[in-house]
Design a binder for this molecule. Structure first.
Ligand code: SF4
Length: 183
């Protein structure tokens, strides 16, 4: 993807390897409380180390993902990171997404073809059946379908990440053109 899309990709890593973490804290991901701790150490903490180095974070959350993401805002404030969170794909339906992927030959993670609707850590992600919600494969062993790791604050509690509604005229001014849709 670096070559195909000309991206500058930086991989953020947790302080401890999984082996070191397990030695120190035990197997955390097997309980709901441990999952929060594990996701904090392995996902949120590495991102927090970038605080002050970025002005905004662009994500891929979509309302079509369902669950709490059905209400996901296009713009929100990440208080912990002190940045704007921008989700430009928020109103893309599954059909629009699939059309875009096929018309633009977008490179896909091969796990999608194996039934993984969403992709997370290998210990906590399974494929889903056709009739299951997309996030049914995440933390399946913990018994709930709508769980989130916490790296996107709007997944946890919308009040922690206030949405920003921008008037159409302001969006036009920011983009320097006429807006053809509003979310
Ligand atoms: S998804 Fe599972 S293994 Fe990955 S950080 Fe969260 S609890 Fe740990």
């Amino acid at each position: 993807m670096i070559a195909e899309y000309g991206l500058d990709i930086q991989t953020l890593v947790p302080e401890l390897t999984m082996q070191e973490q397990t030695k120190k804290h035990g197997v955390l991901y097997l309980t709901p409380e441990g999952q929060k701790e594990c996701c904090q150490m392995r996902k949120s903490d590495p991102l927090l180390k970038k605080k002050g180095q970025v002005q905004a974070l662009i994500g891929s959350l979509r309302r079509a993902d369902g669950g709490r993401r059905a209400q996901c805002p296009i713009l929100s404030v990440d208080v912990d990171m002190n940045v704007l969170r921008i989700n430009p794909l928020v109103s893309f339906t599954d059909e629009q997404m699939n059309d875009y992927i096929s018309s633009n030959d977008v490179i896909l993670n091969p796990l999608h073809a194996q039934g993984f609707a969403t992709i997370g850590c290998n210990r906590c992600t399974t494929p889903v059946l056709p009739q299951e919600p997309k996030r049914a494969g995440r933390w399946r062993h913990l018994g709930q379908w709508a769980m989130y790791c916490g790296i996107n604050p709007s997944d946890l509690d919308p009040t922690l990440s206030p949405a920003i509604d921008l008037p159409e005229q302001l969006v036009d001014r920011i983009l320097g053109r006429e807006t053809d849709f509003m979310i």
